[in-house]
Ligand binder design. Structure first.
Ligand SMILES: NC(=O)c1ccc[n+]([C@@H]2O[C@H](COP(=O)([O-])OP(=O)(O)OC[C@H]3O[C@@H](n4cnc5c(N)ncnc54)[C@H](OP(=O)(O)O)[C@@H]3O)[C@@H](O)[C@H]2O)c1
Length: 232
């Protein structure tokens, strides 16, 4: 989702900084984004920077905002789902803490350190499991659910900076490779039930981020971009 958003923003002529823990994956993302840019008018493209940082580490997040200085918008998609799915009895306490450290505390660290640097908006990414838990994602659902309250609190605290949450449904991304399940079968079964009759794409979510970034009257809002999954 983050990569799709970076591609969209660069095409809109914005300067973009992408962040992750792995320098190798960031280099691969840079190469992929550069390849996409050759197909478009280069003059209309924004600049790209990459920063290696772990959202769960306060010093990394502080260093990130020191480096970028002033920024108009911040979007957070970070999540490492390794070991986090399964019945609660089968999820280790260390894994549960890691989920909270990245998904919730990391999000709070971004809000804390973005203050004074961000002028427009912060958008977090939660997920359908906060609203339709399935018995095998409880700790992730809890962290995702808490992001709504975090956004409401920060929307008041950081106003007039707008703070929102996008809650995606199932989206075909590399995250699914961490879950050890038959992705295609699961996607086919869900597609038949979903009002949208299909699984989401990273670009569906990128367009939603862009809408929330651009609309100056959306704040303290959870926007569900899930193909109607909450009703299925
Ligand atoms: N895909 C879905 O069906 C789905 C559904 C609902 C909600 N979501 C949520 O949507 C968000 C984006 O998901 P996605 O599918 O795009 O996942 P993804 O393809 O696995 O990408 C996650 C990104 O987060 C980065 N990351 C992980 N841990 C990090 C950390 N501690 N610090 C900094 N960066 C970190 C990863 O890079 P490095 O590993 O290199 O750090 C990776 O670039 C997640 O929050 C996820 O929970 C996804």
């Amino acid at each position: 989702m983050g990569l799709a958003l970076a591609r969209t923003l660069l095409a809109e002529g914005m300067d973009v900084t992408i962040v992750g823990r792995s320098a190798d994956r960031l280099a691969a993302a840079r190469t992929e984004l550069a390849a996409a840019r050759t197909e478009l008018e280069r003059d209309a493209q924004g600049g790209l920077d990459t920063v290696t940082a772990d959202i769960g580490r306060a010093e990394d997040v502080a260093g990130l905002f020191d480096r970028v200085g002033q920024v108009e918008h911040v979007v957070v998609t970070a999540m490492d789902a390794t070991g986090a799915y399964g019945r609660s009895a089968d999820v280790t306490t260390a894994t549960a803490r890691a989920v909270i450290d990245t998904k919730l505390l990391g999000a709070w660290l971004v809000g804390r350190h973005a203050a004074g640097h961000v002028t427009g908006s912060i958008t977090y990414t939660s997920g359908i499991n906060a609203y339709r838990p399935n018995g095998s994602n409880t700790i992730v659902a809890a962290a995702n659910g808490a992001l709504a309250s975090l956004a409401y609190g920060l929307a008041v605290e950081l106003a007039p900076v707008r703070v929102n949450v996008i809650s995606p449904g199932w989206v075909d991304t590399p995250l699914w490779d961490q879950l050890g399940m038959d992705k295609q079968t699961a996607f086919t079964q869900l597609s038949e039930r979903l009002p949208a009759r299909r699984i989401g794409t990273p670009d569906d979510i990128a367009q939603a981020f862009l809408s929330v970034m651009r609309n100056g009257f959306i704040t303290a809002t959870v926007l569900h971009v899930d193909g109607g999954h909450r009703l299925s």
